[in-house]
Design a binder for this molecule. Structure first.
Ligand code: IFM
Length: 465
């Protein structure tokens, strides 16, 4: 009898221990001993691009006819507003009118690059119709940036598109990509000679999960299969825009890339095989689908019982001149038999919290650079920053995250530039105005901008390098 019990326990142990040992071997959640690290031991190559980032809807103001303006006026099924505290984006930072003043703020920081998005709904109020006054605004803005010694870097889609595009099903339908292509072409005709760096799409996987999986971004759907389809169409849209720009006059001179947020999904407990399997599955959907598309041309989005989509996008690996990397942090998965509970992302209790639902995790920045380096493309950090209204941890955040970038460069990874998110406080989507990412604090009553103490770390590092 004892022998049987021992045999049974041994088999159980093998079933659990062998996969655990394998997963432990392949997937360590990396942590560094910060007491042993000299944060001043950083250096960056000559010509490293220092910059700041923003996005049209979050800073410009005066959006009335895009998917977000519409969403901000809606209530959910319980009649609660879609945006925290019922806020609306409104005039945001009035960057539309105040960009000359904001360019001076960039000069004070010492940065040489400004990544921003152009507003599709303002440029194309109707399908195929260009508002030339709006286009002239962006031309003037690029000229002012260039005159100030700052290179414009443009994003074509940063979570927003015109309401007419939303109403026809946006990226849910492959045939709608044609409209995005037309918009991209018009913008390239107007700005191509002024702008060297072009980001087609910002964080498509974040957009798709929020808009079609969780439903807290417009159009607020909760449909995993549709989410997988939309993400595929967005990757396809990137490829088509890349090819279109390259076929246009001046297209061979510019750099075109896509922006990926490599937020890692890690197991809450290293020892727990179920946490590891769950986090690995989610990570594969969120990050792996991107890597596989842009290395092999094969898009795969799978989650057992929810979704299973595989499609070929054969030109994807040939559609990048650089990859834009956004990085903030990681989250943990804690297995539960209740699917809703299991899919909740959690913060690690022993890491420093930020004002958003993620912790300070600079080691992950190094990991993200390493993970995305398999694309074999120059990497430009297009966003990195922290929501920290009290400005308690911004300085430390900047030093530690930039240490991670510097270490990655020393270890041979091809990182060409870094853009802090964000130049100034702005509208953080469904979370409204309370999340303060700005190097400059914005008083939204007076529109006064003030450089935060913690931000001086960035200014110091930029000026020293
Ligand atoms: O504000 C957002 C931005 O629009 C996309 N990347 C993450 C930022 C901070 O949450």
């Amino acid at each position: 009898m004892y022998k049987r019990v021992i045999q049974f326990l041994a088999v159980l142990a093998l079933i659990y221990l062998i996969p655990t040992a394998y997963l432990n071997y392949t997937e360590q959640v990396e942590h560094w001993d910060w007491d042993e690290i000299d944060l001043n031991d950083i250096s960056f190559p000559e010509n490293f691009i220092w910059g700041v980032s923003s996005a049209a809807h979050q800073v410009e103001g005066y959006h009335t006819s895009n998917n977000w303006a519409d969403w901000e006026n809606q209530v959910d099924e319980n009649r609660n507003p879609r945006i925290a505290r019922g806020e609306k984006c409104g005039i945001a930072c009035d960057h539309w009118n105040r960009y000359p003043e904001d360019i001076k703020l960039m000069q004070d920081l010492g940065v040489k690059s400004y990544r921003f998005s152009v507003s599709w709904s303002k440029i194309m109020p109707e399908p195929g119709v260009v508002n030339h006054a709006v286009m002239s605004h962006y031309i003037a803005m690029c000229d002012s940036l260039l005159a100030a010694g700052i290179e414009p870097m443009i994003t074509l889609h940063h979570f927003c598109h015109p309401m007419w595009f939303e109403e026809m099903g946006a990226f849910e339908k492959e045939e709608n990509i044609e409209h995005f292509l037309r918009f991209a072409s018009e913008v390239f005709i107007a700005l191509g000679s002024r702008v060297n760096y072009w980001c087609t799409l910002n964080e498509p996987a974040v957009f798709v999960i929020a808009a079609y999986f969780d439903g807290h971004f417009p159009p607020g759907k909760q449909d995993p299969e549709l989410a997988a389809e939309v993400l595929k169409n967005m990757y396809l849209a990137h490829v088509k825009v890349y090819e279109r720009i390259k076929s246009m006059e001046g297209g061979d001179r510019v750099h075109v890339g896509i922006v990926k947020n490599m937020h890692q999904i890690d197991p809450m407990n290293d020892w727990n095989l179920f946490d590891r399997l769950l986090s690995r599955t989610v990570n594969k959907g969120f990050n792996g689908s991107f890597i596989s598309t842009f290395t092999k041309g094969v898009y795969k989005f799978r989650f057992p019982t929810l979704v299973d989509l595989e499609a070929e996008i054969p030109n994807a690996p040939y559609s990048l001149d650089f990859v834009g990397l956004n990085y903030y942090s990681h989250n943990a998965m804690d297995f539960s038999l209740n699917l809703d509970e299991a899919l909740k992302t959690r913060m690690y209790p022993d890491e420093t919290p930020t004002d958003m639902d993620y912790t300070m995790y600079p080691e992950g920045f190094y990991r993200a650079i390493k993970e995305i380096s398999v694309l074999n493309q120059p990497i430009i950090i297009t966003e990195n920053g922290v929501a920290d209204a009290d400005d308690d941890i911004r300085g430390e955040f900047i030093k530690k995250y930039l240490y991670a970038v510097s270490k990655a460069i020393k270890d041979g990874y091809d990182v060409r530039g870094y853009h802090y998110w964000s130049l100034m406080d702005n509208f953080e989507w469904d979370l409204g105005y309370d999340e303060r990412f700005g190097l400059y604090e914005v008083d939204f009553e007076t529109q006064k901008r003030t450089l935060r103490e913690g931000s001086k770390e960035y200014q110091r590092i930029v000026k020293a390098n």
